[in-house]
Design a protein around this ligand. Structure first.
Ligand SMILES: Cc1cc2nc3c(=O)[nH]c(=O)nc-3n(C[C@H](O)[C@H](O)[C@H](O)COP(=O)(O)OP(=O)(O)OC[C@H]3O[C@@H](n4cnc5c(N)ncnc54)[C@H](O)[C@@H]3O)c2cc1C
Length: 341
């Protein structure tokens, strides 16, 4: 298969990669995005699709999925090409000076600019060491809540003591048939107000909380029926469970990007703060994957980085063209590109 030619290759279709399409599109730069996940949105859709975000400028609150949907609508006029469920596995410089990215589906994409918007890389939930747990995963055992409705009228067991465990205890309690929180100690890493609300629900008898650890899973045809719990006093019992949500943290793996030959500092890509370019010319890094003095891993910071990156990328992609700074409010040419003029 011959290589696809484009202006910019974006590795990572999280919120920052998506917004980069918008900023690049305003400058007439076409993008191809690669993401190992099967849909855009990165952490927003993978880790907290139904949780509200309160610090997106001008939007008082929006869920992770809602923000992704809005970004997808915003970039629609620029018709970005997505290569989903594919990992960007190799980066090489070609003789003509352009960059080539190859995916694990053997798709080759060539462009003068590569934007790494890979967040923390590929993230994998830590799996509890329970025999046979893999056979229940995706049916009865989940490491993220993608659709709350799937938990309606179910006996739900949540394991863990961090924010995810407590947040989902509070969010799922009203719709679950029963909700049991299991943690190995009577103390939590989660936000104190979440712990207080959980304790109040426990006092009202609306949830059960056990200081216990999980020992085994039982079920039929990969459908969970109960979890064997072991209390602090070493007593064991069967806890009825249709669904188990273990929240034991994430293992973040940078993945193939570590092999791209880029300068890395603690698995992050150092960039300058004028262009957000790495020390390799033509390779930019924006969003959670980059590092610079004062860096904050916030979506709004990634959006700013995307805007400045796009200006610099333009000069690489169109070395003989002048870039005129324009506002979307007043530029009829930008409005034409957006399909609103
Ligand atoms: C529970 C939680 C709550 C949060 N709340 C807020 C909040 O309220 N406000 C806020 O501003 N931020 C919040 N954040 C942080 C915010 O989600 C991140 O800052 C944001 O997602 C970073 O966006 P990104 O596009 O840089 O990276 P990501 O969202 O991590 O997306 C990166 C994408 O790159 C892909 N990828 C990585 N490596 C490869 C590869 N080799 N090949 C192909 N694809 C690859 C990944 O699959 C992923 O989809 C929260 C995070 C969490 C976990």
């Amino acid at each position: 298969m011959s290589a696809i030619e484009t202006d910019v290759i974006i590795v990572g279709a999280g919120p920052v990669g998506l917004f980069a399409v918008f900023e690049l599109g305003l400058l007439d730069l076409k993008c191809h995005l690669i993401d190992i996940l099967d849909r855009p949105g990165g952490q927003c859709t993978e880790l907290y699709p139904e949780k509200p975000i309160f610090d997106i400028p001008g939007i008082p609150h929006i869920t992770g999925q809602g923000l992704t949907d809005q970004l997808m609508a915003q970039i629609k006029p620029f018709a970005p090409q997505f290569h989903l469920s594919q990992s960007a596995t190799a980066l090489k410089k070609r003789d003509d000076g352009k960059w080539q990215i190859t995916t694990d589906d053997e798709v080759e994409i060539v462009a003068p600019v590569v934007v790494i918007a890979a967040g923390a890389g590929t993230f994998v939930s830590k799996r509890p060491p329970l025999p046979g747990i893999d056979s229940y995963e995706g049916k009865s055992v989940f490491y993220a809540v993608k659709k709350m409705e799937a938990f309606r009228d179910k006996h739900v067991v949540i394991a863990g003591g961090g924010d995810s465990a407590l947040d989902w205890t509070l969010n799922l309690q009203p719709i679950a048939k029963s909700l049991t929180l299991v943690h190995h100690r009577d103390g939590f890493r989660a936000a104190p107000h979440s712990v207080e609300r959980m304790r109040a629900l426990q006092a009202e008898g609306k949830i059960q909380f056990h200081v216990a650890s999980m020992k085994a899973l039982s079920g039929t045809d990969c459908v969970l029926e109960s979890v064997t719990l072991v209390g602090a006093d070493k007593k064991e019992w069967e806890q009825k469970a249709d669904m188990l949500l273990p929240f034991f943290g994430l293992t973040i793996k940078l993945g193939p990007i570590a092999e791209f030959g880029l300068n890395l500092h603690e698995n992050l890509i150092p960039v300058d703060t004028a262009k957000f370019e790495s020390s390799t010319p033509g390779i930019f890094a924006i969003g959670d994957i980059n590092t610079y003095p004062g860096k904050l891993k916030l979506i709004l910071c990634g959006f700013h980085e995307a805007a400045l990156m796009a200006q610099a990328a333009f000069h690489i992609c169109r070395p003989n063209e002048k870039l005129r700074f324009q506002y979307t409010t007043s530029s009829s040419s930008l409005q034409k590109k957006l399909g609103v003029a």
